[in-house]
Write a protein that binds this ligand. Structure first.
Ligand code: SIN
Length: 313
């Protein structure tokens, strides 16, 4: 028992000054209810990201919103959320009741001024970190491409928000659907970002139900996640690691503990596990932590830090 606890201790990670008991976090965009966040934590996630908030409440896209096959998940949720006023209150309450759980708040906007307005409202709720979602692909039809698909705009958002976020570290969540994700990450770092989150979903993509002879999603197209996108995510994290000095939360297609190791070797300090919960349930976090712990022991690796970015050395 003592040995297992000592081994689990090796998984502890410091990310932007916040202590995480292991590198596995729940990304934004997957669940939108406090009981799901708690369940993820109880099953071994070390931190949780709240669903991205927008200025106003959103009912989301027409159903079906999520679909999966054995290789991929496709979603077009459309940022269902209660809006910043109510959402900031929910975050404050969650933080009050669960101080021990590292909480990442996330915001999405289609105007520069909206990002600032939301971050101002979030700061008093005291999330541990704030994620700027610069990359949701599921609201393009309504608003056009996300602002953060281009390095000038991404840097401008980070720079403006940084003046308001105080001591709360600021993360930029980037899209893989761009020519040069590392260049955008660099621009965010230059503007004051404390960390990068990569990647949001790939695409947009489409899946067709061969019996109904129709696209499976209500909006026809959506963001693709799940095991099929892992190599894209690993490549993006690898390139970002080469371009910036700030830490990275790597995510996209992680299903097995081996995928976690790949992400960390590419340069991730924390790893987001989202779609895997659709395949294996919340217990996947404990399963991945156990696999990672055994890998460290079997390979005589004493600290997780020794693995971060090791594929570059
Ligand atoms: C969604 O709500 O449509 C997904 C969130 C995201 O991709 O950022």
């Amino acid at each position: 028992m003592v040995q297992i606890i000592q081994l689990m201790d090796k998984l502890t990670v410091n990310f932007c000054g916040v202590e995480f008991k292991n590198p596995l976090v729940l990304p934004s965009g997957i669940y939108a209810a406090a009981n799901a966040y708690l369940k993820a934590y109880e099953n071994g996630a070390s931190g949780i990201t709240f669903k991205s908030l927008t200025v106003h409440k959103r009912e989301g896209n027409p159903p079906p919103r999520v679909w999966k096959n054995e290789y991929n998940v496709i979603n077009s949720v459309g940022l269902v959320n209660s809006g910043i006023a109510k959402g900031a209150g929910e975050i404050a309450l969650f933080k009050k009741d669960h101080r021990e759980i590292p909480l990442i708040a996330s915001v999405y906007a289609t105007r520069f001024s909206e990002f600032s307005l939301m971050v101002e409202k979030l700061v008093p709720a005291s999330p541990d970190l704030i994620e700027l979602n610069l990359s949701c692909p599921n609201v393009d039809d309504e608003f056009g491409k996300p602002l953060g698909m281009e390095k000038g705009a991404a840097g401008k958002i980070v720079g403006e928000v940084k003046k308001l976020s105080g001591k709360i570290p600021l993360l930029a969540k980037l899209s893989p659907n761009v020519n040069d994700i590392a260049d955008i990450a660099k621009s965010c770092e230059g503007a004051g970002a404390d960390g990068i989150v990569a990647i949001n979903t790939v695409g947009p993509g489409m899946m067709i139900d061969i019996y109904k002879k129709k696209p499976v999603l209500g909006t026809k197209k959506g963001g693709v996640s799940g095991p099929g996108i892992l190599p894209v995510a690993v490549r993006c994290v690898y390139e970002i690691f080469e371009a910036v000095k700030i830490p990275i939360i790597g995510m996209g297609g992680v299903l097995k503990w081996q995928d976690i190791v790949e992400m960390i070797l590419a340069g991730a300090t924390l790893v987001g596990v989202g779609s895997a919960t659709y395949y294996k349930g919340m217990k996947v976090f404990d399963e991945l932590n156990a696999g990672l712990t055994k890998y460290l022991a079997d390979n005589s690796i004493s600290e997780l830090d020794d693995l971060i970015g090791a594929a570059h050395r």
